[in-house]
Design a protein. Structure first.
Length: 337
């Protein structure tokens, strides 16, 4: 009689043989498209006004969410959800006397979709409801294709896609950089309304250059801080006019004490949403991730094991062997022996 342990050993052995026989299909982590669009969030400029949260709700026609069932006067979500795609969280320490100070201070951090260069949600989705635009890199969602499996929820290292459990026809909710407004000439609503330019919209390549410029400056030095949308270098007047929303609203401000790192430049293979902070990123809720995407590894494993149906055939072979070992001969077979 074959035990469960023998069966599992047979399956593992068959899988190992299949993996050894399969061709190597390892791939590199995908890079951001050259014209990728994204956001630069500068935590040293954020004042926690939550204007971006309200603008995001309005732009996406999302209902309010209440912190508790009793006080239903204010839209006060505590985290992103299927109906809240963007939120500002607060870092607190000690007496909270000094803004953007790690000791006895406070600071803010924006939480929304990072629009990864190689997004795990897109890789995990079995029906292509999650897609990445090959030109602007925006990670979009098609509710008409979604089957509600929520694989994207489990796959995202940032915990961003959220399911709308309050609806019998629930969908996934996440930031899509207001792509539905681009045709009207409007960019991301959170960047349009930010009064300090803490959230800035533009090409990721240009946003990265702007972030590096700020890191190179001395703390306390005065510099020009753009607001709204960061124009691309050499942008024509016609290209600038194609975008509505506020025009040049740049202003002079003092440079903060930055952590010398642009979060999103390399994390998880790179993201289109970049972040600056005066507080270590781990303390403001950003995960410590490797410079490669898990999608590259998971797809390599899947393609290796399932390429040519080797893994299913190996498991089927193991099941066949187990079944034959456990067949009890009938009376005719016994009599003929």
């Amino acid at each position: 009689m074959t035990t469960r342990r023998d069966f599992l050993r047979g399956c593992l052995a068959g899988g190992a043989v299949a993996a050894a026989a399969a061709p190597a299909l390892a791939r590199e982590t995908h890079a951001r498209p050259p014209e990728a669009l994204g956001l630069l969030y500068d935590g040293t400029l954020c004042i926690g006004c939550q204007a971006c949260v309200a603008a995001c709700k309005q732009a996406n026609d999302n209902p309010p969410e209440f912190a508790n069932a009793v006080d239903r006067l204010w839209d006060a979500p505590v985290d992103t959800s299927g109906h809240t795609f963007n939120i500002i969280k607060m870092y607190r320490h000690g007496t909270m006397e000094t803004r953007n100070a790690e000791e006895n201070g406070f600071a803010f951090m924006k939480t929304s979709c990072m629009h990864c260069a190689d997004p795990s949600c897109v890789s995990a989705c079995p029906v292509s409801a999650m897609t990445k635009n090959p030109e602007n890199g925006i990670v979009g969602y098609d509710p008409g294709l979604c089957i509600g499996c929520r694989y994207c929820v489990a796959a995202c290292p940032f915990g961003i896609p959220k399911y709308q459990y309050d609806s019998p026809t629930g969908q996934i909710g996440k930031c899509e950089l207001c792509r539905h407004r681009h045709g009207e000439g409007h960019y991301s609503a959170c960047a349009e309304v930010c009064p300090t330019g803490a959230t800035l919209f533009g090409r990721t390549e240009d946003l990265l250059a702007e972030a590096r410029r700020r890191l190179a400056l001395q703390p306390g030095q005065w510099t020009t801080m753009p607001r709204g949308r960061l124009p691309a270098p050499g942008e024509t007047a016609a290209q600038a006019a194609s975008w509505k929303g506020p025009r040049d609203q740049s202003y002079e401000a003092q440079v903060g004490h930055y952590v010398q790192h642009v979060y999103g430049e390399t994390e998880y293979g790179g993201t289109q949403v970049l972040k600056l902070s005066a507080i270590p990123f781990a303390k403001v809720g950003m995960p410590d991730l490797p410079p490669y995407a898990a999608a590259a590894t998971s797809e390599t494993i899947q393609h290796t094991l399932y390429g040519g149906m080797l893994m299913p055939l190996a498991v089927l072979g193991a099941l066949t062997v187990v079944a034959r070992r456990n067949v009890v001969p009938d009376d005719d077979e016994k009599g003929g022996q």
